[in-house]
Ligand binder design. Structure first.
Ligand SMILES: [Zn+2]
Length: 177
């Protein structure tokens, strides 16, 4: 054995012997024993407290989730009022982009949302619903079946629908029904 190895062996023995001695000493002395019990008591209490904290946090998460669900349902009822209150269903024509348009409101049976359908331009000469057609360059044109009046390069139907929906959402329709 080298000197270094002897040193390590001695130190290890001293530590383990003194460790055992200290443990025995603590076990025999009621003061240390009760101190140890106190440590155990604190540990158990803290551990149980953590458990309780965990339950509390879980409860809090469930509570917040339920509250949010109820809250979002409340918002939905505000956004989608009962049908007797939907006065915008009377908003079925408007002048958009210098042209008069007419449409129907159709309720989607799946999601319950209302969509503007059958959006058509109206002839400014004879008030007839015009036929829509795509031009050579995919531009949107319309022609009156009665008086052959024509509109060229109309705004797309999707844009018209977006404007109609926006007018409803922002209340602009009220002055037009
Ligand atoms: Zn016409």
């Amino acid at each position: 054995m080298t000197k270094k190895e002897i040193k390590v062996a001695v130190v290890t023995t001293v530590i383990s012997v003194s460790g055992t001695a200290i443990y025995d000493f603590i076990k025999e002395k009621p003061v240390f024993s009760s101190l140890w019990n106190s440590v155990k008591w604190i540990w158990t209490t803290v551990f149980e407290f953590e458990l309780k904290l965990w339950y509390f946090l879980l409860g809090l998460v469930i509570f917040v989730t339920i509250k949010r669900t109820i809250k979002s349902k409340k918002i939905d009822t505000v956004i989608i009022p009962s049908e007797e209150m939907i006065d915008w269903l009377m908003y079925k024509e408007d002048t958009i982009d210098s042209i008069k348009w007419k449409w129907d409101w159709i309720k989607n049976p799946v999601d319950g949302n209302w969509n503007a359908k059958n959006i058509q331009p109206i002839c400014n000469k004879c008030q007839t619903k015009m036929h829509l057609s795509k031009g050579v360059w995919y531009d949107l044109n319309s022609e009156c079946p009665r008086c052959d009046n024509q509109y060229r390069n109309l705004k797309g139907i999707e844009k018209i629908e977006s404007i109609i929906i926006d007018n409803v959402q922002r209340g602009f329709y009220k002055s037009k029904i």
